[in-house]
Ligand binder design. Sequence first.
Ligand SMILES: NC(=O)C1=CN([C@@H]2O[C@H](COP(=O)(O)OP(=O)(O)OC[C@H]3O[C@@H](n4cnc5c(N)ncnc54)[C@H](OP(=O)(O)O)[C@@H]3O)[C@@H](O)[C@H]2O)C=CC1
Ligand SMILES: O=C(O)CCC(=O)C(=O)O
Ligand SMILES: [Mg+2]
Length: 739
Amino acid sequence: MSKIIYTITDEAPALATRSFLPIVKAFVEPSGIEIDTKDISLAARILANFSDYLNDDQKVEDALAQLGELVKQPEANVIKLPNISASIPQLKAAIKELQAKGYALPDYPDDLETEEDKTLKARYDKIKGSAVNPVLREGNSDRRAPKAVKNYAKKNPHSMGAWSSDSKSHVATMSHGDFAHNEQSVTIPSATSVNILHTDKNGNTSTLKGGIALLEAEVIDATVMSKKALLTFLEEQIKDAKDQGILFSLHMKATMMKVSDPIIFGHAVRTYFADVFTKHNDTFEKIGVDVNNGFGNLLSNLEELPEAKRQEIQYDIIQALDQGPDLAMVNSDKGITNLHVPSDVIIDASMPAMIRTSGMMWNKDGQLQETKAVIPDSSYAGIYTATFNFCKKHGAFDPTTMGTVPNVGLMAQKAEEYGSHDKTFEIVSDGTVQVVDAIGTILTEHTVEKGDIWRMCQVKDAPIQDWVKLAITRAKATGWPAVFWLNENRAHDAELIKKVNTYLKDHDTSGLDIRILSPIKATEFTLARVKDGKDTISVSGNVLRDYLTDLFPILELGTSAKMLSIVPLMNGGGLFETGAGGSAPKHVQQFEKENHLRWDSLGEFLALAVSLDHYADVNNNEKARVIGEALDEATERLLENKKGPSRKVKELDNRGSHFYLAMYWAEELAKQNKDAELKARFSSVSEALSNNESKIVSELNDIQGVAMSIGGYYEPTDNLADSAMRPNETLNTILATIQ
Ligand SMILES: NC(=O)C1=CN([C@@H]2O[C@H](COP(=O)(O)OP(=O)(O)OC[C@H]3O[C@@H](n4cnc5c(N)ncnc54)[C@H](OP(=O)(O)O)[C@@H]3O)[C@@H](O)[C@H]2O)C=CC1
Ligand SMILES: O=C(O)CCC(=O)C(=O)O
Ligand SMILES: [Mg+2]
């Protein structure tokens, strides 16, 4: 019999789990439904990968590797909460915290002087960035706003900043020399293996990566970002932002694109602070500054310098900030800019947030200001340009009337760019890079220069077939137009379009409105419908899946936390992601400051309901179905009665919201007549919860307003964090009575 696996992750979602999971277990375990947990938090992943440095009692299982195997089995039923995709500053902070707790972990090596340094770095880099999702996502992505959630948002709209037609805010992207313009793509006729070869000007060839196995009908693409073109572009944009008096803001995905995007991020920091780098480069090299990890890395390394030198550099930094355009800020109170930490401003969440705030971002005085959003590679930047233009013309979207845009995303088996990091290289010398197959055929060839970023992506054929099928399934289920966001003028997309046209023929598409449009045209088509209250399915590749499943949810619902996010696994199992967003570090900061957790677990509620339904199908367990249906009813009532967490201290928070979910869930189970045993079990529970409603809720609100320490950020102390998240004895006692 299969079990439901609930993942333990990081930050706000992990805190929420400490409150929610005990409720879930109390509700389902008496019916024989087994729930197991797997800890895939950043801290646990570090410990699992460095067992050889730990005492026996400190060792932990490699839960991620186990789940990676499980998702390939038909019995998989995994509830996946958002986890940290660690940038190097986050990874280092987690290592430091664990070391302080007595784990003898090695430091993350900054300078690669010895072979041991290189090995350590390679081991840590496996944990860096998006190291979890690609391992688990053995299926394509189906993300949508459930009807109840969409209706709730229409009735209770979130704020939307007005747009003015003369807003100077805009998206800046490259017109040549970037990944989009240099792409070459090939569909592989029969299974082979390829090598990536670099040949320098003197004819010396080295293998960047060898023996990459490719399946028949797999699509590969190779491309390069020219360093020269990038630097010129960045210089122009910095100057233009200054001339126009608007903020400069860089939007990357340094977590998921963990090799290419930190390099681009570093170029932006060095270009912005060009004078500082010219003057102090030798010093920076000596103290190991690496601004691929953000401007914050420079600042923290300055601590190592003698007072006088440090002050000189700090003065030059102030001059540079003064002479350059103002930077968009992550936290104006603390002086943290968007260039400080690469994981602070992630494109998928940050661009829609900017669109919600009238196309503006925060400046150093804590005021909203018009902004230049810099997205160097032009492959997908156009969707934001098109959205900005739409808002400039028509004003902000109206959440009370706007249509919905669910997404069917090609994601399985590390599809496309998101699987490219082990095939991405910063080129060491001028020459060429070729992808050559087993019999010597040159599949792609690029002329490259030192410092260019070259990468290769793969997407296998079976995932593409599955993606087309999923798109048709959703189009049939809804009757809405389904638009494939593919650009016939882009090399990779042209290959995909051929496949889509072929595989569409495998399905009965009569009566369906299926289109293939370039991302910009698809944006325009979709937004015009959205404005008129019409619904449209976006069918996209992996990067646009990521962008669109934050863009539309954030505009429609205020957050992507409220999305139903299903990954039907290709081998028959189910991976149920909770929401479509991240781990919300700001929420933990608020929790630590005032014991109020504003994380909304709606995504968890939705995921659990579908997981229970899947469990019912697979195990022929009708109790699971009844419990899942009751959970959906409870979630709807939670929305109707506005029992989601408030943002403000002393009001209902995540824990109070979980109480209401439990109360409604018990009521629904007591009300239903499909299962008498469940009805009997939950009648008394329901009564006890509702009789104590005002007592529990006021107690939960009263304890807020004081600082809360849980003994760690990456690895909280269990008893402290558990009691912080389960502070209410009345509720705990009622849950303990469920047998
Ligand atoms: N699936 C995954 O595992 C994912 C992981 N990540 C990781 O998460 C971290 C943070 O990423 P970031 O881009 O800042 O995105 P987040 O989605 O964590 O945060 C952006 C903002 O969205 C709002 N928000 C998100 N989730 C919720 C929720 N459940 N309830 C209420 N509000 C919510 C919050 O707004 P406000 O502050 O206004 O309350 C939050 O500050 C990174 O380490 C990133 O790599 C990111 C995306 C997906
Ligand atoms: O895995 C990650 O780092 C982010 C994933 C993400 O943003 C998404 O899937 O929407
Ligand atoms: Mg995302």
